[in-house]
Design a protein around this ligand. Structure first.
Ligand code: GLN
Length: 492
C-alpha cells in the first residue's frame, strides 16, 4: 500500500481503479480531500455541510470489502460532493435557502442512492444559489462561492459550489442540476466538464424542485470520461419519477474514445453574432477547427427562434417555480415563524422570513403570468414558443449530428458586478437556456483561457437521447488538447 496519491487534479476514474486494485485506500483519499477542504474552503465557500465522520466510515467499509476480495462498484471509494438540492436521508438539505434550514430528509434521492450503491463516498452538501435560481452563486442564503481561478470572481451558478469544489480538487466528482444552464455555465466558468443529459434520462426523485419540466440532474467531471462514468451510474429509468424515460443508460465512457470521423458538426449562426466577446469567439472557433482536423465535417445551421429563448425560459421557469415553492408554508418543512396569530399570518411571515429576494421575485412573476387574465398572453404563449424552439433543434439535427457553440457569453465576472440588475444576470444564460427548453443533452468543457487566465467553455449539444454523440465530440476534442489538465493555484 503506497498511501494516498496526490488528489489535486486527480481523475475520479483513476482514483476508483486504484481503490479497486488495492493500490491505495479509500480512507486515505477521504482524509486527503478533507484536509484540502479544511485548508481551502474557508476562502472558497463551497461546502454547506461536511460529513467527515460519515465519509470516513463509508470509506473504511469499502476498504474492508477490497481487502476481503469482495467485488466493489465502479465508483468504489471515490470522494464526491452533492449539490444541496439532492435530498439525503438524515443529512440536512437546504437547497441554499433559509426556509429549509434544519430540514432533515426522511428519504434519499434516487441519484445519490445510486452513487452510494456504486461505492462513491459523499463528503457532504455543496453550496448553491437558493432553489437553483441564479448564475453566480451570489443568491445562496448562506454565503457566496468564489471562483478558484480568481477569488474576486464568481464560479457561475446555480451549481457554482459544485463546479468550484471540483475545480479546486475538494472532491473527485460532483452532481448538479441544470434548469437553464446551471451545470454547463459554472462548468464553463470553472474550466471543468459539466453535462446536462436528455430530459428524463436522470431521475428527479428527491431533487428539490425549481421548474419541474426543465430540471435536469447531471454530473461534473474533471475529464469527459469522469463525467461519463458518473452519468452511467446515475442515468436510467426510475419508477419513482413519472417523467423518467425507460431507456437504459448508454456506454458513455466508451463513446469518449469512439472518434468523430465523418460526424457532422453544426454551427448555429445565431450563436455566433457580431458583438461576441472576442476571446471567447476565438477560442470556440479554434476548437471547431480542431474538431474539423479530427475528421468532423462542419456545417452552418440555423436555430431561428433563439432570440426568444431567454424570455420563454423566464416565463416558464417562474410559473413552475411559483407553483413548486407553494409547499413551503412553515407547516411541513424547515423554517417556521416564531409567532403568528392566524394560519394566514403563519404562511405569510414564514415565507417572508424564509425566502430570499430571488425566489420572491420569481414567485411574484410566476403568479402573475399564471393569473386567469394573463395565462394565455404569457404562459400559454411561452409554451407555444417553447415548441418552436424544440422544432428548431429537430430541424437542425436533420442536417447535423451535434451542434457546437460557446457555453457562456463572458468568462467569470466579478462578485457584485451584476447582482444589482437581475436582467443582466439573466443574460448569462443566453447560450444555455434553449437545450433544456427542448430537453436535449448538452455538455460544456474547457476550450481555452483568456489572457487573464480565466477558463472558456465550449458547448456541444446533441439530439434527444444522443448523449453518445456528445461524448464522442467532447472526447475527441479532449484527446487533442491539454486545457483540461490546467489547475487553479491553491490559495489557502
Ligand atoms: N441561471 C438560470 C436561472 O437563474 C438557470 C438556473 C438553473 O439552471 N438552475 O434560472
Amino acid at each position: 500500500m503506497a498511501g494516498a496519491p496526490e488528489v489535486r487534479g486527480a481523475s475520479l476514474r483513476e482514483l476508483a481503479a486504484g481503490v479497486a486494485a488495492g493500490r491505495w485506500k479509500s480512507r486515505d483519499l477521504v482524509d486527503a480531500y478533507l484536509d484540502r477542504i479544511k485548508r481551502l474552503d474557508e476562502k472558497l465557500g463551497c461546502f454547506l455541510l461536511v460529513d467527515a465522520a460519515g465519509a470516513r466510515q463509508a470509506a473504511d467499509a469499502i476498504d474492508r470489502k477490497v481487502a476481503a476480495g469482495d467485488s466493489v462498484g465502479p465508483l468504489a471509494g471515490v470522494p464526491i460532493g452533492l449539490k444541496d438540492i439532492f435530498v439525503t436521508r438524515g443529512m440536512e438539505t437546504t437547497a441554499g435557502s433559509k426556509i429549509l434550514k434544519g430540514f432533515i430528509p426522511p428519504y434519499e434521492s434516487t441519484v445519490s442512492g445510486r452513487l452510494a450503491a456504486a461505492g462513491a463516498i459523499n463528503l457532504g452538501k455543496i453550496n448553491m444559489d437558493e432553489f437553483a435560481m441564479g448564475s453566480s452563486n451570489e443568491n445562496s442564503a448562506y454565503k457566496p462561492v468564489r471562483n478558484p481561478w480568481d477569488l474576486e470572481r464568481v464560479p457561475g451558478g446555480s451549481s457554482g459550489g459544485s463546479a468550484a469544489a471540483l475545480a479546486a480538487s475538494l472532491c473527485a466528482g460532483t452532481l448538479g442540476t441544470d434548469t437553464g444552464g446551471s451545470i454547463r455555465q459554472p462548468a464553463s466558468l470553472c474550466g471543468i466538464v459539466g453535462v446536462k443529459p436528455t430530459y428524463g434520462r436522470v431521475s428527479r426523485y428527491g431533487v428539490i424542485a425549481f421548474a419541474s419540466s426543465l430540471d435536469h440532474p447531471g454530473p461534473f467531471g474533471r475529464t469527459v470520461e469522469d463525467a461519463a462514468a458518473l452519468l452511467e451510474v446515475i442515468a436510467g429509468h426510475d419508477p419513482m419519477d413519472s417523467t423518467s424515460i425507460p431507456q437504459p443508460a448508454g456506454s458513455y465512457v466508451k463513446a469518449c474514445s469512439a472518434g468523430i470521423a465523418g460526424l457532422r458538426i453544426g454551427m448555429p449562426k445565431e450563436y455566433f453574432q457580431s458583438g461576441m466577446d472576442p476571446e471567447i469567439e476565438a477560442a470556440v472557433r479554434a476548437a471547431i477547427d480542431e474538431l474539423g482536423r479530427a475528421g468532423a465535417k462542419v456545417v452552418p445551421v440555423s436555430l431561428p427562434h433563439t432570440q426568444y429563448a431567454i424570455a420563454t425560459y423566464y416565463l416558464i421557469c417562474t410559473a413552475e417555480a411559483s407553483s413548486n415553492l407553494a409547499r413551503y408554508d412553515g407547516v411541513r418543512y424547515g423554517h417556521r415563524t416564531a409567532e403568528a396569530a392566524s394560519l394566514e399570518e403563519l404562511y405569510a411571515k414564514t415565507r417572508g422570513e424564509g425566502f430570499g429576494k430571488e425566489p420572491k421575485r420569481r414567485i411574484i412573476l410566476g403568479t402573475y403570468v399564471l393569473r386567469a387574465g394573463y395565462y394565455e398572453a404569457y404562459y400559454g404563449k411561452a409554451l407555444r414558443v417553447r415548441r418552436l424552439i424544440a422544432n428548431d433543434f429537430s430541424a437542425a439535427f436533420n442536417e447535423c449530428d451535434v451542434l457546437v457553440t460557446p457555453t457562456s457569453p463572458t468568462p467569470a465576472f466579478k462578485l457584485g458586478e451584476r447582482s444589482a440588475d437581475p436582467l443582466e444576470m439573466y443574460l448569462a444564460d443566453i447560450y444555455t437556456v434553449a437545450p433544456p427548453l427542448a430537453g436535449v443533452p448538452a455538455l460544456s468543457q474547457c476550450c481555452g483561457f483568456t489572457r487573464s487566465g480565466l477558463p472558456i467553455g465550449l458547448q456541444t449539444i446533441g439530439p434527444a437521447l444522443g448523449e453518445e454523440a456528445v461524448f464522442r465530440v467532447a472526447g475527441a476534442y479532449q484527446a487533442r488538447t491539454d486545457w483540461h489538465k490546467r489547475l487553479p493555484q491553491d490559495v489557502p
